[in-house]
Design a protein around this ligand. Sequence first.
Ligand code: 8ID
Ligand code: ZN
Length: 353
Amino acid sequence: TIPKTQKAAVVASAGATVEIKEIPVKTEAELAPGECLVKLHCTGVCHTDLHAALGDWPLKANTPLIGGHEGVGEIVAIGPNTASSPVKIGDRVGIKWLADSCLDCEHCRKGREQNCLKAKLSGFNVDGTFAEYVVSYVHHVTPIPEGIDSNSAASILCAGVTVYRAIKYSQTEAGDWIVLPGAGGGLGHLAVQYARVRGLRVIAIDSGEEKKKLCLELGAEVWIDFKESKDIVADVKAATGGEGAHSAVVTTASPSGYKQAVDYLRCGGTLMAVGLPGQAGLEASIFFTVFKSISILGSYVGNRQDAREAVDIAARGQVRCVYAKKALPDLKDVYEGITNGTIAGRVVLDMTE
Ligand code: 8ID
Ligand code: ZN
């Protein structure tokens, strides 16, 4: 039976402290066609949720905000008159950042669903997964295969999908060098592993002993501490036989992670911009971008297919999310940890306890 009310973590207005509140749960009759109600097992906490809560991006979240977009749970209701649903009641599904898209605009038809002008973004312009129940959309939820538990699957839905796609489009081949600034964070530690799955050689950049250990354990070949290195460009060049790396996937929330990227890429190299500082410009020498034939590409989450591929790789045990398990009331402290950079890997909030 579905309760009438539930606990949710709510941010009243941009910059306000997150508070646990009792809010209504939608009944089946209140769901629109195409919507489904998911009882969450757990949700990951992404740095994006903190940006949304602080309002530090040029795009602002709806308020009051229920954040969260790395959820896994079970479908308990489907909206009346839903045509041809690919999922049914009882299915275990994932909720990603891209909660829904129109599926029939140019962007959707080309497989760039995340650029749909009607996109619904979980935990941003529609209520997200920091609650016991979430309303989602049958055509966009991601089926979760057996062979992976919900806590391990959660962060694949945003962090995993995002870095999986960024690496897929990084114009690299097996044996190439890839630099990952932010490698010890939520996106980064999964990027180390998805890069290894593709046979890439990983240079991890982040800071501190814990993140160093994590990155090396997960398969990074070279570690550079950005707080200790005197010259990151020289360090990357030294590690790559003098020529520099073939690609960099930048997942830092700070613009500092982008600074030297064009300089440590070799000719023909590709910079994938993923981390989302709200206000910074991308500084790169125009001369050397041209002279070295550098590609600079933005990469924004992934479509339904990317999600299935990223989850499938994790379910087959090739990538594993390293997370600390917490509960919904801990969210405020988790945001503090993200701000201070003290979280290696991810935090997943378990909703079943
Ligand atoms: O679709 C997208 N493009 C997408 C999807 C999901 C998340 C983008 N993001 C964005 C988030 O909004 C955020 O801005 O990616 C960024 C990283 O998200 P995250 O992985 O959830 O954040 P984190 O766990 O805090 O990891 C960031 C890491 O960067 C390191 C930190 O130490 C941390 O481990 N870092 C920083 I800050 N500055 C660095 C630097 N100069 C650095 N690492 C290397 N060099
Ligand atoms: Zn995210």
